[in-house]
Design a protein around this ligand. Structure first.
Ligand SMILES: Cc1cc2nc3c(=O)[nH]c(=O)nc-3n(C[C@H](O)[C@H](O)[C@H](O)COP(=O)(O)OP(=O)(O)OC[C@H]3O[C@@H](n4cnc5c(N)ncnc54)[C@H](O)[C@@H]3O)c2cc1C
Length: 322
């Protein structure tokens, strides 16, 4: 039997989500003896996945698949699942995967669970844990169909190396041209941040406490010193101080970095819903009663306009001396 994962990539290299899925599949395969197979579209460095336990990479080289197309990707996965006899399919919490995976579940008539946070608790019955109620609870879910699909919550498993010898094969799904005609990508606008929010290990996030867009220089500088991505609260994006691509929370991006630094953000429940899977949270807020402190691992009560420049200076000195 096989576990099939989605090998999403950036410029041809498998991204962090693909490696995390491979790590998860490899750890589970150690229990079941399954082969780990990755399906990617236009990978140029598929071999990178061997390091995370992938035995075989199926690479779609058909140029029609170069632009993401949910129906075409779902159909390609259906055919790959049939060809490999996969009983478990894993996708990650990315925009593309969250779009095509439900279609795939429909095509395969498979049970599909999102926000999965750990390896299956048992194989028979096949039971997994998933986040529920904006991360405030955990649901234990049983999947009963022969082919099961899990969508893994970001950063919930981490990267675990387990190098194996692998192979790469070209995979040529049979998909009608008409499917590609339905939707055409006309323009791509890249997010402004240097580090993509979705892959960031550290995020520096600013809220309305920063008073205006002219004060974002210190947020960007702190992010640069830390090699971090920048983010913001919803009102900040709504007021046009920052692009909407940076808005995190219930109605924005869900993030799970190793360190989330919240500066001048009150910690409303809708904001916390998007960040409370972060491994560590540092809150900088002038108000000691700000609700965010309840969710914080580390807190600084102080004026961001004093604390942040001082922090940047300290970090720069630390980097110079280390
Ligand atoms: C349906 C719905 C969905 C929503 N979805 C989201 C979402 O996805 N994401 C989101 O963020 N919000 C969301 N909201 C809005 C949310 O309820 C809050 O209004 C919002 O998060 C507040 O943003 P803020 O913390 O930046 O601003 P504020 O609530 O105004 O907080 C500003 C904070 O800055 C602090 N501060 C002020 N001056 C300083 C200073 N000099 N130094 C340090 N700290 C200072 C203040 O003490 C305060 O805590 C949603 C609301 C609704 C109703």
């Amino acid at each position: 039997m096989a576990i099939l994962i989605y090998a999403e990539h950036q410029n041809g290299k498998p991204n962090k989500t693909a490696k995390e899925l491979a790590s998860y599949a490899s750890a589970f395969a150690a229990r079941t003896g399954d082969q780990v197979i990755a399906l990617g579209f236009g990978l140029t460095e598929p071999e990178e996945l061997y390091r995370y336990g992938v035995h075989k990479v199926l690479n779609v080289e058909d140029p029609r698949f170069a632009d993401f197309n949910a129906r075409a990707y779902a159909e390609a996965f259906r055919q790959a699942a049939d060809a490999t006899g996969a009983s478990l399919i894993l996708t990650g919490q990315t925009a593309d995967a969250l779009y095509f995976t439900p279609l795939l579940a429909g095509l395969l008539q498979s049970a599909y669970v999102t926000q999965v946070i750990d390896l299956p608790e048992s194989v028979e019955p096949f039971t997994v844990k998933r986040k529920a109620f904006s991360n405030k609870a955990i649901a234990h879910v049983v999947l009963k169909t022969p082919v099961k699909i899990l969508n893994l919550a970001k950063n919930s498993f981490g990267l675990r190396e387990n190098a194996v010898e692998g192979t790469v094969e070209t995979f040529a799904p049979q998909v009608d041209d008409g499917v590609f005609e339905d939707i055409k990508r006309v323009k791509v606008e890249k997010a402004s941040g240097k580090v993509p929010l979705s892959d960031a290990e550290i995020i520096v996030s600013g809220g309305r406490g920063l008073k205006g867009p002219e004060n974002w220089g210190m947020i960007e500088e702190l992010a640069e010193v830390l090699g971090a991505a920048t983010a913001c609260s919803k009102p900040v994006a709504d007021m046009g101080w920052r692009p909407h691509s940076e808005h995190v929370g219930q109605t924005g991006k869900q993030v799970a970095p190793n360190l989330y630094i919240a500066i001048g953000i009150s910690g409303a429940i809708q904001h916390l819903a998007g960040v409370n899977s972060s491994k560590n949270i540092l809150v900088i807020n002038i108000d000691p009663e700000a609700p965010f402190f309840k969710a914080a691992d580390y807190g600084v009560v102080g004026d961001a306009f004093e604390v942040v420049p001082a922090l940047i200076e300290k970090l720069k000195k630390f980097k110079l001396n280390s």
